[in-house]
Design a binder for this molecule. Structure first.
Ligand code: AMP
Length: 319
């Protein structure tokens, strides 16, 4: 039996289905989570289908979380979307369920779960959820709200179809979604919208970014800078892609100082794979978009040096 058929069989079998996603959610985490709930609930109105997890960090326009008791996990099917590693699952009660399914598009470094469906060729987990619906569309129902949030997930993870993970299939899925009733242009604007504070922070990032002769770049957002611009860690999301617009920059890191003293590292690349580096520093992710942690300024310098080495060794003509 194909993995998708096994997942479909499990969904039919369980009366309670609880859907999780990763910590610090992005539109793809919430879009895949919410749409899967919509599809299952619309198809099987008698089932109890919940979505759980921590704070939405400014993405409340996409969805909201359900509050459930521990006891509701008894005999439940738990599905986790868009989450590569079990420690990053938001709400660790996912362990309390009877059966666990992982659906994801990140490299399958930790194949947790009884059933694992990972497609690293997909632009986003939202694209995978649509593929699931499409495979079983004779049996499954789809809603305008599912289309709205899956569209948001795809636009979010592809940087509005900018990043190389965007394929012809991604655009076909987006085209299918746009046939449903929601305002795609409005969603595009909402996803791009930044606060005045983040606009000012963007200026800081662009002015203070340090770039070496090969295009390895870094910027550090200290606690003082964050206080000066009245921003918190979650606000840094919108500035992460900015260095990619600058000519010559090949790969970059944004180091965000945390109140506890360590640094959250947000890594991006236009060519050399940076997920190996991320894994060496308490992180992971995609070849061109990863995250890590640096315990102090020494590790910050080490990480930047490793980026410099990767960029120096990178030959854009091979690939
Ligand atoms: P971010 O900079 O947080 O948007 O992260 C980019 C990508 O890196 C995400 O899609 C995750 O797959 C991955 N990632 C970020 N932080 C971590 C981490 N601490 N551990 C593993 N993967 C991470």
């Amino acid at each position: 039996m194909k993995i998708t058929e096994k997942i479909m069989t499990s969904i039919k079998e369980y009366e309670t289905i609880i859907i999780h996603r990763h910590l610090r959610p992005d539109p793809d985490a919430l879009g895949s989570q919410k749409a899967l709930q919509e599809i299952i609930q619309a198809t099987f109105p008698e089932k109890k289908v919940y979505k759980v997890g921590g704070p939405l960090e400014g993405l409340e326009y996409l969805t909201s979380m359900d509050t459930i008791e521990d006891s509701q996990y008894e005999k439940a099917l738990v599905i986790v979307t868009d989450t590569a590693n079990a420690p990053r699952i938001s709400d660790q009660r996912y362990k309390l369920g009877e059966k666990l399914i992982k659906i994801d598009h990140h490299p399958n470094d930790e194949p947790y779960g009884d059933l694992v469906w990972v497609n690293t060729r997909a632009s986003s987990c939202s694209e995978i959820i649509y593929d699931f619906y499409d495979e079983f569309k004779k049996e499954l129902k789809f809603t305008d709200e599912a289309a709205r949030v899956l569209y948001a997930g795809i636009v979010g993870d592809t940087g509005r179809f900018l990043y190389p993970a965007t394929t012809s299939h991604t655009l076909e899925v987006a085209a299918d979604l746009m046939r449903y009733k929601f305002d795609a242009a409005r969603m595009n604007r909402r996803l791009e919208q930044i606060s005045t504070e983040v606009a000012h922070l963007s200026g800081y990032v662009l002015q203070n970014i340090q770039v070496d002769e090969n295009g390895a770049a870094m910027v550090l957002l200290s606690q003082e800078v964050q206080a000066e611009f009245h921003i918190v860690d979650a606000d840094t999301t919108m500035v992460v892609p900015l260095p990619g617009q600058i000519e010559n920059i090949v790969a970059w890191a944004i180091f965000v100082a945390q109140p506890e003293g360590y640094y959250r590292v947000r890594l991006r690349s236009k060519g050399p794979a940076i997920n190996g580096l991320a894994k060496r520093h308490d992180g992971g992710g995609h070849p061109l978009a990863s995250g890590a942690n640096a315990k102090d300024l020494t590790e910050v310098k080490d990480i930047y040096r490793e980026i410099q080495e990767l960029v120096a060794a990178y030959d854009p003509t091979i690939k």
